[in-house]
Each structure stands twice: as structure tokens, then as C-alpha cells.
Design a protein around this ligand. Sequence first.
Ligand code: PLP
Length: 424
Amino acid sequence: MERGDVILFGAGPSAVATDVLTTAAAALLNYQQTGLGVAEHSHRSALAADIVNNMKADLADFLEIPSTYDILIMQGGGSGQFDATVYNSVLVWVENQRRKIVQANADISEEELIRQLKQKVQSDLRLDYLVTGSWSLKANQEAVRLLGPSHVNVATDSRKINDGKFGKIADESTWNLSDKPAMIYLCENETVDGVEWPKFPKSLESRASDDETLVVGDFSSTILSRRIPFDKFSVVYFGAQKNLGIPGITVVVIKKSLLATLSQAKPELARKAGLPVPPTILDYAVTAKNNSLYNTLSIFDVFVAGQVLKKLLATFPDKVRGQEAVSAKKAALLYDVLDSYPEIYKVVPDKSVRSRMNLCFRVTKGGNVDEAEKAFIKGATERGLLGLKGHRSVGGIRVSNYNVIDEAGAQKLATFLKDFATSA
Ligand code: PLP
């Protein structure tokens, strides 16, 4: 089997364009004629710093990230960010409370400060989660593990309006947002459930403006495929392994004003108030201060991401808008075929929240779904269309329509969908 014989529609890691991998493979052996591969050079070398800085600049350029935001490259994946977002938002919250207490009484003793802080923690510390699928649920569960259930508020849970399953997003008027939560967390695209936010929620519009509430978005599975209203977010994060490159690095885009607050925050105060403090490698301020090189970073992963971005910038003069149009076109092509055969395919999520990146559906041909899906996967595999099995927790079929799939690739799958639907 050659690379050209298959197309990977798996949910992650995704495929990487062959020309990018060819460049990466050469760099892994001998980078810029130094005699050493890119993964062998010190992460403290000027050469490594260049790779990091170029990747960050190209990311900012492609996504039009405002200059009021910083870009951090971290490790630990999206799962690490489930923790990092909690730790860092708690630290910002503690620092904001400390400032208020000290403003009211400049001569306050440390003992009294801690007493008042503890009281505030009990009465006011809340983290809000919009639970719209398996990944926001996991993030929510992680917050409960770190802080305990009394500090974590589920502002909406899609399962409540959809027979216990994900697949819809409840009307904002039904949400139960806290008054001044330390964080509001959403997952922009639920990779497992095929649910994508159609637009930024109205009720969060100005929540990030005063830096008291961190509005956090997990963009792991849609990054580089649509514009992001950065000014409405405090933190946007994403793993590299779907649209940005290979597994290993996680990118955090964070408001610089928050980094300033974090760099003044006192973790020991949070600890004395009974709250968990960030492990150093999950501390956003430490990462920023060290230009993401606090500890050994996989410069090879950053290099690959940089090459993906260079290719995107060369392909789309209008940057993310160009990729957004292509992504929408590919998704429309595939959903149109699925909707044309209602006896054969049943898209799982509601039309209003269908993901452009992860298309989740059941195959109902012949009435026996298990058999039909087995036959579907077998037929697809025979044509070199791989990775279509749904997540083990939900079953069914999932097409991951990431940026690396070009229009011709999407067309090949559309043709198979039609052929499978119309065959005897
Ligand atoms: N968030 C989303 C939306 C994901 O799709 C994933 C993984 O697929 C994660 C978080 C977890 O990422 P990781 O496996 O890098 O921890």
C-alpha cells in the first residue's frame, strides 16, 4: 500500500500532507545542513527559538490573532488543558479577590487575608461548564476532581433536552450561568459527538471583557478551519494532532492582560486558602515567561506545525477565510449525500449543530444497523477510505473532514456514500 492509495478520515491523529512530511523527514535527518536532525538540536538553541517564533508568527498571521494575545506551546494534550484551565483560572480568581480585599484594607494581616479568602472561596468560587458533548463533559469532570462538586456548575447539559444523549444545544434562555464565575468553558467542536457551535453564544458576549471571568474555548478539532472571535475569549486552546500537525504539542492563545495578572498571582496564597495550585509546567505565566521553553519542548512537532502553516498561508491568500470556505464546501457535499438517502443514512446530531469537521451518522440500510455498518466500513476500506468507525463510546460512523482532506478526497467519499446507498 502506498500513501496515495488511502485517505484517512480518522478523528485524530489525522493524516499530514505528504509534502509536509517529506520536508519533515529530511529535517529529522539533517536540519539546514547542520549535520544534526531538528529533534537533536537543543531546545535552547537559536535555531530552536527561530522555529518556535516562526510557527507562532505564522499562526497569528493565518488566524488573525490580535496583538493583545500571546501564544504558548505546551505539552500534555487537550487533557492537560482540562487541568491547566482550572488551575490558572483559579489563580486569576484568587489574585482578583486578593486585590479587592487589600484595596478595602491596605494594612490587612496575612492571617486575616487568608480568612477572608477562604470565606470567598466557600461562597463565590464557581467554574461554569457548557456540557455539549463528551469532551466538555470530560473537562467538567476533571474540574470536579480538582476542586470538588460545590465549585463546579454545569450551566447547560445537552443530554437533558435530547433523551440522555448529546446532539443538540439547549436554547441560551435555559442556561444557568453563575453570576461571576472564575471561568466559563466550552468545547467549540465535540469530536466524538459531531456537534459544533454554529456561532459564539450571545450570553457570553461580554463575559471575558473585565478579566474576572475567563471564557475558555477548546478548539482542538476545528482549529485552522474557521475564524475565531478571539476578543470574546480569554483562552483558546487546541492540540496539534488534527488540523495543525502531529501529536505532541498543545497551543494556548491567551490574553496578555491575564498573563500580567497571573504573573503577579501568589500560588502559596491559593494553597493557604485550600485551593490547588498549578504544577509549574501547566502554569501559563511560567510558560509565557520562558517563550514556551521552560522544559524540553519537542521542536520537531513545532517544526511540522510550522510547515503546515506555511503551506496554508501559501494556499490561501485570504488566510483562514479561504480554508473556512473549503471546509464548509466539503461538509455540505457530504451532508447533502447523507440527507439524500434518508432510508440508508441517519445523521446523529440535530441539523442546527452539525459539525463541519466530524460527521457522525448511522447506517440503517436493510434494517440491521450493526450489519449495515460493518458492510459500510468493509466497502470503504476496499476503496482505501480509512478511519471511519465512530468513537467506541457512541458507535456508528464518523467522517473526520479535517483540512488535510482536499475537495477531491471528500468527493471520493461522497461517491462511495452514493454507491453504497444505491447498491443492492
Ligand atoms: N478536546 C477535544 C475536542 C478532542 O477532540 C480531544 C481529543 O481528541 C481532546 C480534547 C483531548 O486531547 P488529548 O488526547 O490531546 O488529550
